[in-house]
Design a protein around this ligand. Structure first.
Ligand code: SF4
Length: 277
């Protein structure tokens, strides 16, 4: 007998990825988070090349995280042992953010209640200055530089900044982190001198948090999760065969599809395993 489908409130924790899925295609949200279907289809071609990129991206995140917690660069260098990793690592060492005076919180998880459930995010790095300035860093290993306009509209940009306001006061000595003191930076390993920077305002925070609350309530009340009308979203979706939207995966040459995949394969350090020195 098939397992009963969990009702939406059974999703205890939302993330930028699940909100993005719901925004891109309610059906994808349903298949992934309610039906909990594994990925039945190759998302992009060539599959092996994409898998290699994913693994290298995860290893790069791990190297930076280890460096930020104090492991000397010389000990980490030998682990950057592929051409891409070596280039990214070199870029990081020469163009990494200057954060003197900041307290660093690498690989930080924050969560806050919303609509009877929780919203959670895992940050690559949050840096807090004693004067209250708060920086969010997200490392990206995309082959091409994503457009700022596209990044600004992504749920990651909206969730990370609003969640830091909502749940970050303990990082700031118990004082609230003001939206105006937050900046989110996407740092591109292939474009290390061209990061994308997003400031924040109280008006944006109000808009973001009320949108998140509204969507969570909408999902909890919804009995219907229609397929997107925008077929282009299906090219890189693993559920194409469930929806009769084609069986051939898209080509990863599309830059924003590459960025979307980054979220699909959300960085998970537990899956990467420990680095041995
Ligand atoms: S294949 Fe298309 S319609 Fe189906 S879940 Fe994916 S994005 Fe939605």
């Amino acid at each position: 007998m098939p397992e009963p489908r969990p009702t939406p409130p059974a999703i205890l924790t939302y993330s930028q990825s699940s909100l993005q899925d719901y925004a891109d295609c309610p059906r994808r949200f349903q298949l992934r988070y309610l039906d909990r279907l594994k990925w039945p289809g190759v998302e992009t071609e060539p599959a092996l090349e994409n898998e290699k990129r994913q693994v290298e991206g995860q290893l790069f995140h791990r190297l930076v995280q280890q460096h930020l917690v104090g492991i000397p660069a010389e000990r980490l260098e030998k682990l950057a042992n592929t051409p891409d990793l070596s280039r990214w690592w070199d870029a990081y060492l020469h163009h990494r953010p200057e954060l003197t005076g900041y307290t660093l919180y690498p690989e930080l998880s924050l969560s806050a209640p919303v609509g009877g459930t929780r919203l959670m995010a895992k940050f690559d790095l949050v840096a807090i200055h004693p004067d209250g300035k708060a920086l969010i860093y997200d490392w990206k290993t995309y082959q091409k530089r994503t457009r700022d306009e596209w990044l600004a509209a992504r749920w990651q940009t909206r969730v990370y900044r609003s969640l830091l306001v909502q749940a970050g006061s303990h990082l700031n000595g118990g004082r609230p982190i003001l939206p105006e003191s937050i900046e989110m930076v996407y740092w591109f390993a292939n474009y290390p001198d061209d990061p994308a920077r997003f400031a924040y305002t109280s008006a944006q925070f109000k808009r973001d948090w009320s949108a998140i609350s509204r969507i969570v309530e909408e999902i909890a009340a919804s009995g219907s999760f229609p397929m997107t009308e925008d077929d282009s979203r299906c090219r890189f979706c693993p559920y194409r065969s469930y929806c009769d939207r084609g069986v051939v995966a898209g080509d990863l040459g599309d830059i924003e599809a590459e960025a979307e995949l980054d979220e699909v394969f959300d960085i998970n350090f537990e899956q990467i395993g420990e680095i041995e020195f």
